[in-house]
Ligand binder design. Structure first.
Ligand SMILES: Cc1ncc(COP(=O)(O)O)c(C=O)c1O
Length: 399
């Protein structure tokens, strides 16, 4: 049979990160500094077990039947209340639905807003599943470089003015994946005003916002959204459990109505048992204490990796010192390609994600790469960075 695939799926490459994951799973001797998962230590397993037992004892059928597309009403209310009280997010014109992880929010938004050929602007680099979610809808995806304050404003303005039919700006303003960067308040305000002026919807993706382990919070785009142009994509994956697949979208009711229709035909509703469980956890657990605890876990892990890099890494390699999130972003000297280093590093027994895998043009050489500090054991972090430093020494020798 000669299968005839759609142009949409032919335009999307499988995620290189998934391929690296397959490789590291098949070669347990390779240390993975390449994942994007939360730390196992950050998942409150015993609390989850106790809530789970209680749900099956007290309301067994509630979690085992069909439910509403918009989400479990109580979880929607608990999440809205928390967003309002803790982060100043949500206006009278907004509403919220529960999604199957933040990933579903990234898939639903261009589905609702973009026709093939419409432009979606993204940060360069950005979350590769975000790029693919836009591409699969046939969007023209355009990457805009970042500086220390985030997406470069003048380049964004130029793209909005010159690219065809710019519908959506996809941003990860806080502890960006992969760069770990956080956009400054001034840049957020300038970009927000520009998008209001030009009629461009902002998709603010914020799965890492609560993982701040240093410094002060910066207001989200959604918290300043008087015009109703921001779709806020949140997730409990990095706060409670990634496997439960519980996320949420907050947006102007008019947008949310369409997003709900798109979700209905995608998965009917998000796993109702885990929605109930998440709601019970939010209502009954010491959530603030838990977040404090996981921030400490990530601060200690991040500091340990930074210490190792300071000690072992060639001084020509630079790296970020993030205030939160799960990643460090490293940069090789001018003219290098981290893809070439990756091949050497795999032979030495350590995996990371080359920067080009986060770019709109993933074939162009890129000297950056991403390291993850949330999942490896301390022992593996030490061995992994030593192996990486050796690979860098070999790579840079004679250049
Ligand atoms: C920037 C970003 N957005 C969205 C997601 C999706 O997260 P989830 O679907 O687990 O909520 C991730 C996951 O790593 C991410 O890094």
């Amino acid at each position: 049979m000669q299968y005839k695939f759609s142009d949409r799926i032919r335009n999307v490459k499988p995620s290189a990160i998934r391929e690296i994951l397959k490789y590291t799973n098949a070669h347990p001797d390779v240390i993975a500094l390449s994942t994007g998962s939360p730390s196992n230590e950050a998942i409150p397993v015993e609390e989850i077990r106790a809530i789970s037992d209680r749900i099956y004892r007290e309301m067994p059928l509630a979690g085992l039947q069909y439910s509403m597309t918009e989400g479990y009403p109580s979880l929607r209310e608990t999440t809205k209340k928390r967003l309002k009280e803790e982060f100043g997010i949500g206006r009278d014109f907004d509403d919220l639905i529960i999604t199957t992880g933040g990933q579903q929010g990234l898939a639903l938004t261009p589905n609702v807003l973009c026709n093939p050929g419409d432009t979606v602007i993204v940060e360069a680099p950005t979350f590769v599943s975000g790029i693919n979610a836009m591409r699969i809808q046939g969007a023209n995806v355009v990457g805009i470089d970042m500086d220390e304050e985030g997406m470069i404003f003048d380049k964004l303005r130029e793209a909005i003015e010159t690219e065809p039919n710019v519908k959506l700006l996809y941003l990860i303003p806080t502890f960006q994946n992969p760069s770990g960067k956080t956009m400054s308040l001034a840049r957020r305000k300038a970009i927000y005003d520009l998008c209001v002026e030009k009629g461009v919807v902002i998709l603010e993706d914020n799965p890492y916002g609560e993982l701040r382990f240093r410094g002060e919070d910066i207001p989200t785009f959604k918290s300043m959204d008087d015009a109703g142009i921001v779709i806020y994509n949140g997730s409990y994956s990095k706060v409670l459990s990634a496997g439960m697949r519980i996320g949420f979208l907050m947006a102007h009711k008019e947008l949310l109505q369409r997003l709900t229709v798109a979700k209905q035909f995608s998965d009917c509703h998000t796993n109702i048992f885990f929605q109930i469980l998440t709601d019970e956890w939010l209502k009954n657990a010491d959530v603030a204490g838990h977040i404090e605890k996981i921030r400490k876990i990530y601060r200690e892990r991040c500091d340990f990796m930074l210490e190792l890099l300071d000690r072992c890494m060639d001084k020509r390699v630079t790296f970020t010192r993030p205030d939160g999130g799960l990643f460090l972003w490293c940069t090789l000297p001018e003219g290098c390609d981290s893809q070439e280093l990756s091949e050497l590093a795999l032979k030495k027994g350590v995996a990371f994600v080359p920067g080009r895998d986060f770019m709109v043009d993933s074939d162009a050489p890129c000297r950056d790469f991403r390291l993850n500090f949330s999942t490896p054991s301390y022992d593996n972090m030490e061995k992994g960075i030593q192996r990486l430093a050796e690979a860098v020494d070999d790579y840079l020798t004679g250049r």
